[in-house]
Write a protein that binds this ligand. Sequence first.
Ligand code: SF4
Length: 421
Amino acid sequence: MKKKNSADAAPAAGPNLFGEVPPPAPAKKDGLLAFSYSKMSLYEECPLKYKFKYIDKIKEEPKFYFAFGSAIHSALEFLYSVKNPPFPTIEEVCEAFRTEWNAKSYLEKGYRTQTKSDDDYQKGLLMLKAYYEHNRSRFAPPFLVEYATDVEVDGLLVRTISDRIEHLGGGEITIIDYKTGKDVKREPAQLYMYQKITELDPRLKEKIAETYGTRVASVKIRELLYYHVPTNKEYSFERAGDREIGGFWERALGVADGIRGQKFEPAPGDRQCGWCDYKSLCPVFFGGARPAPQPQLPVPGHIEVLVDRYGRLKEKMQEIQAELDRVAEEISRSAKSGGEYAGNAFTASVSKTAKWAFPNREAVLGVLNQFDLYKKALDVTVAGLGRLLDSPDLAPEARQKLLEQAVRKTAVDIRIIKKGE
Ligand code: SF4
């Protein structure tokens, strides 16, 4: 059975001393950088920790929570590896869990005592039984289980492993990610990675054709789901918008730039250092004595990464602004005299107002001088001149002269409201 804690695993690699699958080399396949969500988050946590783990390949101590999560994932993989019902019984699922659990000693799994390991084993059995009861009425052969893929994008070779994928028809899919740790608020960043990579993955279309005999033009995520196994709670995220994915991807490319630029400065902090196995190698802790807590200053070299990220974001902003202008113009043309229009997710209130424009400022000043109209215009602005033109007191000849310099334009205001807000 596959290891859940193998998001960075090379496809053909075997387990290391601690049973974890080693990460792939940092660069392979025509200079592509091997990348994943877990690599990205480790680099963001501490670039030096990333270097120790992925560049220097120094093994970390085994962690009992990874061993526990891995055994639960293996049991669920066994449960869903069914092409046609019947599904395995709960006894068979528990047996799969037991086999995985007993493959390593309590020390290899990262427990300090056999008792603690035994307690977690019992906890795992109860968790699987509760999961089975909670879900048995909706067991159905899944589209894919533990689906690992490597996708090339923007100079990266990005690996994702999806716990389970359901095909909803027409190329639309749901990705389910099991969580076995604490039930804390989940950030959707990991799911953004799934969405970005899955929708670019050419193999998925082939898998749909192989499994269902239908060809689809594209694969689209409809829903991303965190399933918290200890509580059977589901945290559902709708397909993220282009803006969220674009922002997330900029962040990922910023991390990739840092790795390529070999920016591996330590980023000490209570949270990351508290769980770090590399303290004895880290200059911040070298000699064993921990220095006084340091303020979280920007890491040297970080500024270059930020500059690149800022530049990319500015470019993207200009692209988005140009696209916004194009779409607004199209809405304006289609809306004719304005009104309310509802899409699936948003409602637009479109209003149009006629405005004067005066392209030749010198000529306008000449007319104002000629008819001594400075005071009436109050200020020589487009609004002031517009008010003057609309005034009934304006002499017909002066109006005529001003009108010769004026152009009537339509100003469009589009107010957008998200449905349900
Ligand atoms: S001890 Fe702290 S600063 Fe040093 S590598 Fe680990 S996380 Fe980074």
